[in-house]
Design a protein around this ligand. Structure first.
Ligand SMILES: [Zn+2]
Ligand SMILES: [Zn+2]
Length: 144
């Protein structure tokens, strides 16, 4: 039987489900993800678009494009402010904020920390996942 996991925003207006294997999750420490989450970054994982389905509330999704952010935009629920899943430009994946999940995705911890070079000064990365200066294709900065 194929595993299905569900997720939702804070108000429950936006709901989705993912069929099949998901994750693992990475933690992005960039300044934009910090602003969007109000915390130390953004725990996010990829889900194949073929297994992703909106169940409700797609019309509640609002978009904010960061001025001079090279197209970077946040997507969130207009009613409660939760960040929402976002499809990639090629329609292959969805980027899913891990905190939205209502079910156990199966993975544990992070696979990687990205944009670790721009993490907040008060953040101490305490796990052993590899740390990348910027995106996954950038230099590792954890000495490994
Ligand atoms: Zn909501
Ligand atoms: Zn980020």
């Amino acid at each position: 039987m194929t595993k299905t996991i569900r997720g939702s925003c804070l108000c429950g207006g936006i709901r989705f489900e993912i069929v099949g294997k998901v994750g693992p999750a990475g933690q992005c420490h960039c300044s934009k993800c910090r602003k969007v989450s109000g915390t130390d970054g953004n725990a996010v994982f990829y889900a194949p678009a073929a297994g992703f389905r909106w169940l409700a509330g797609e019309e509640l999704i609002e978009r904010f494009t960061v001025p001079d952010g090279k197209g970077w935009a946040s997507h969130f629920c207009r009613r409660c402010g939760s960040p929402t899943p976002l499809g990639d430009a090629n329609g292959k994946f969805f980027f899913v904020p891990a905190g939205l999940l209502d079910d156990d995705p199966g993975f544990r911890g992070y696979t990687a920390h990205i944009f670790a070079a721009s993490k907040a000064p008060w953040v101490c990365i305490a796990d052993s996942a590899p740390q990348y200066e910027a995106g996954f294709d950038s230099a590792r900065i954890d000495g490994a």
